[in-house]
Design a protein around this ligand. Structure first.
Ligand SMILES: Cc1cc2nc3c(=O)[nH]c(=O)nc-3n(C[C@H](O)[C@H](O)[C@H](O)COP(=O)(O)OP(=O)(O)OC[C@H]3O[C@@H](n4cnc5c(N)ncnc54)[C@H](O)[C@@H]3O)c2cc1C
Length: 472
């Protein structure tokens, strides 16, 4: 079995390390942030310093695909999340039966195991510390890659990394899990590798979020999905651990008129004005300010060009490979799918031929992960353009089949339990709607029931009132 060096002890980096160690590999995780995990959920929330993860205290929701991967592959992580108070619930079955219809056998797949980001990460870190074959070293910032003899002329082969303190940590494979800001292209350039093929754009959204807790552990009733598009804003209402939940407003970063949402009172006025969301403020606030984040990139990197891998001995997994607009909450699910894919490739292809492993990793990533990324990015682009058009007082009419389908499905899902399941399963990263609609032969029903989406009322104040509330 192999010596593997994982760069980054984020929530997916640690999950990947445990998956690989369960297969008998010896895994060392190097993490730049020095602070060890807190010992309780509340300490993690209040004091755990994680400078390496900008979104650490913004609302998160870990979707059903994340849950299903860890239930099957890493049950010790699932137990650890539950031990710290993680929430196991089924957002589909939580909806009234009159709306979703009677329970069906495969509805169980929609179950979610979630919590506030620091709490879930604490649970994953706790499981990693106990895992046989995993060594986590915090305060070990990686500064460069170390190369060895190439298996193909002109293609650098990575045999390890050098930390900022000058120590070399060598292995049979380096797994880059340093997240959205992964410096791997620069490190590879230093080894003389060709640049990766990169597609990068600012997703263009801005987040304004807060967390709350109830006195009795109960959660607010969800009158809609976890994300609701309400004219020029979207609202996120995300149940979490220990009777807590997150609320966020997402705007276009170009929408300067709503920048006032950084202010606590204005943020509250806007949320209170949303009839389906206002009651999510009825709890004890857990943060004294509105946590905001912008400049969130949609970025995908392929370390493979027309001639093959640009380097061997290294692969990028999770956000280091691709990251997208987080309001759809797919990062952790896609990251763990990617991790399982890597684990399976190491079983099937092995490490004897590093070139073949790198090429196979690229092929599998393109076949299994890229379609989820492409769908997410397309949705982002349409939503941002729709918001920007709304800010300019115009209707967004891209004459695009995918956009029309997505809008119609959202509308039709509220009228038909089959289509509700298609939409929810897509949102939970279980099956893409186009695949489900073809499989179930339901395309016609979407346009019949949802084709009138343009005429539906929006459960939010009009634009002028919204701007007034965000500036008053
Ligand atoms: C605002 C926001 C909200 C989100 N909400 C959700 C959500 O609801 N659901 C969801 O599934 N996903 C969500 N995501 C995405 C999710 O956070 C990521 O997909 C997930 O964190 C990726 O995990 P990772 O382990 O790949 O990377 P990260 O969690 O980013 O971890 C990277 C780690 O690498 C370390 N590191 C960086 N450089 C070095 C170095 N040189 N040496 C050593 N270590 C290094 C960092 O310190 C960090 O610990 C959200 C993202 C954002 C921005």
């Amino acid at each position: 079995m192999a010596e593997i060096v994982v760069l980054g002890a984020g929530v997916i980096g640690l999950g990947t390390a445990m998956l690989l160690a369960n297969d008998g590999h010896d895994v060392t995780v190097l993490e730049r942030d020095p602070t060890p995990p807190a010992s309780t959920a509340e300490e993690a929330w209040e004091t755990w310093e994680r400078r390496g993860v900008n979104q650490f205290r913004l609302p998160h929701y870990f979707l059903a695909r994340y849950r299903s991967v860890i239930d099957v592959e890493l049950p010790e992580v699932a137990r650890s999340i539950e031990r710290v108070g993680g929430l196991r619930h089924n957002p589909l079955l939580d909806a009234p039966e009159g709306f979703r219809g009677p329970e069906r056998p495969d509805d169980a797949a929609c179950e979610v195991l979630t919590g506030r980001r620091p709490v879930v990460e604490l649970a994953v870190a706790d499981a990693a510390v106990r895992a046989r074959g995993v060594t986590v070293r915090r305060g070990a910032a990686v500064a460069a890659l170390v190369s060895g003899p190439s298996s193909r002329e002109g293609t650098p082969h990575v045999i390890g990394v050098r930390t900022e303190s000058g120590e070399e940590v060598l292995g049979d494979l380096v797994v880059d899990m340093t997240g959205r800001r992964s410096p791997t292209p620069r490190w590879l350039e230093e080894l003389g590798a060709k640049p990766p093929v990169e597609e990068l754009e600012d997703s263009g959204f801005m987040y304004f979020g807060r967390h709350f807790r109830s006195d009795d552990g109960s959660l607010p009733f969800a009158f809609g999905g976890g994300i609701q598009h309400l004219g020029t804003i979207s609202a996120l209402t995300l149940p979490a651990d220990n009777g807590t939940w997150g609320v966020a407003i997402v705007t276009s970063a170009k929408d300067k008129a709503l920048l006032g949402l950084r202010d606590l009172d204005r943020w509250e006025s806007v949320v209170r004005s949303l009839p389906l969301v206002a009651h999510w403020l009825d709890g004890t606030p857990l943060d004294e300010r509105v946590v905001s984040m912008s400049k969130i990139e949609d970025r995908i990197r392929t370390f493979h060009d027309d001639d093959g891998p640009v380097a061997t001995g290294i692969v990028s997994v999770g956000d280091a490979w691709a990251c997208s607009n987080p309001s759809l909450g797919r990062g952790a699910s896609m990251g763990m799918l990617h991790a399982v894919m890597l684990r399976d490739l190491l079983r099937d292809v092995g490490l004897d031929d590093p070139f073949e492993l790198a090429a196979a990793f690229h092929r599998s990533t393109d076949a299994e992960l890229r379609p989820w990324f492409a769908w997410t990015r397309a949705t982002d682009r349409h939503r941002l353009s729709q918001v920007d058009a709304g800010v300019a007082g115009e209707a967004y009419e891209p004459h695009d089949e995918d956009f029309e389908l997505e809008q119609s499905l959202t509308s039709a899902a509220s009228k038909d339990p089959d289509l509700l399941r298609v939409m929810v399963r897509g949102a939970l990263v279980l099956e893409r709607p186009r695949d489900a609609l073809s499989r179930l032969d339901l395309y016609d029903r979407v346009s019949e029931l949802g084709g009138g989406w343009r005429d539906e009322p929006v459960a939010a104040p009009d634009r002028d009132e919204l701007v007034r509330l965000a500036s008053a």
